[in-house]
Design a protein around this ligand. Sequence first.
Ligand SMILES: C=CC1=C(C)c2cc3[nH]c(cc4nc(cc5[nH]c(cc1n2)c(C)c5CCC(=O)O)C(CCC(=O)O)=C4C)c(C)c3C=C
Ligand SMILES: [Fe+2]
Ligand SMILES: [Fe+2]
Length: 325
Amino acid sequence: MTSSETVSDTTVILVNLGTPEAPTAPAVARFLREFLLDPRVVSIPRLLWQPLLQWVILPRRSPVVAEKYAQVWLSGEDGGSPLTAYTRRLARGVQARLPGLKVLDAMRYGAPSLQAALQAERAAGTRRVLVLPLYPQYSTTTTLSVEDAVATVAGLPVRTVRDYHVDPQWVAAVADSVRTHRAAHSAGEHLVFSFHGLPQRLVDRGDPYQQQCEAGARAIAAALGLAGDAWTLSYQSRFGKEKWLGPATDTTLKALTERGVRSIDVIAPGFSVDCLETLEEVAIGLAEQVAHAGGTLRYIPCLNDSPAHAEVIAGIVRRELAAWA
Ligand SMILES: C=CC1=C(C)c2cc3[nH]c(cc4nc(cc5[nH]c(cc1n2)c(C)c5CCC(=O)O)C(CCC(=O)O)=C4C)c(C)c3C=C
Ligand SMILES: [Fe+2]
Ligand SMILES: [Fe+2]
């Protein structure tokens, strides 16, 4: 939470996915249980899914995933899970740019709870709340799930930002982060845009996520002046046995190294801040895969709590509030 002293009739809540409270198996199980029981995320009938999750998936997955979280957990007073720490610090940066508003950070699952924050704002008599899901691309699994949570709190005017997948300031900030990283570490021969995946079934039913990922990647590539054969879009973090969006990031990297591409830059513009899926899966796991194939993967961090990111988010807030006047 940021600046409890701000006097304002409008509150902005930056919402991210959520994360375990500790890198331990019980904490991971608690988080995954809440997350994976959301019908927007897994739509298997609850009577079937709940026992499978409770008795098979959580006991197997939680200890394995807890070890992965432990590898990326940030130390210190302002640390914790990277997702929480960066989201909290980003909210502070946005608060500093919008002193007339109250800016909070919250999570869809776990703590700090979005629903608790909305209830507190209602109790405090806040006139209106702008909810900004920190997902650049709209998906029913993420953005619409935030809208579901918002809808459970009655009696408070709330507007939810839909997406910012080709917002010019966001595109410029991501492109700048690529340029800065490439200037500091030398440019890879190829740039992979790795987005979080989604079941193909959801896209077939109208989820606009894939189209927004493609439009965003094209816009960033254009801002960087990249030729068509200098970049690839792929999808990571597959979960379950169903068909997900492709191509998968791991097979894309394999194909690139087999083609003789030796140095590959990877950026993950579906994630506003770094988290388990970028730091462990990409920057550690996929980097190892590429190293074994004789190449080098350089991971370009998310915008995180950078001043440029705080500017982008503050810009979206100003525009949304002006449209809401
Ligand atoms: C059916 C499963 C999943 C869907 C659909 C899904 C969509 C989706 N997720 C993100 C962003 C994040 N996901 C994160 C973790 C994560 N995601 C899934 C599964 C689905 N995601 C799982 C099981 C997990 C937990 C980790 C694991 O067990 O492997 C995270 C990171 C959280 C953290 O604590 O660091 C983010 C962020 C998006 C954007 C998205 C659809 C567009
Ligand atoms: Fe996910
Ligand atoms: Fe994962």
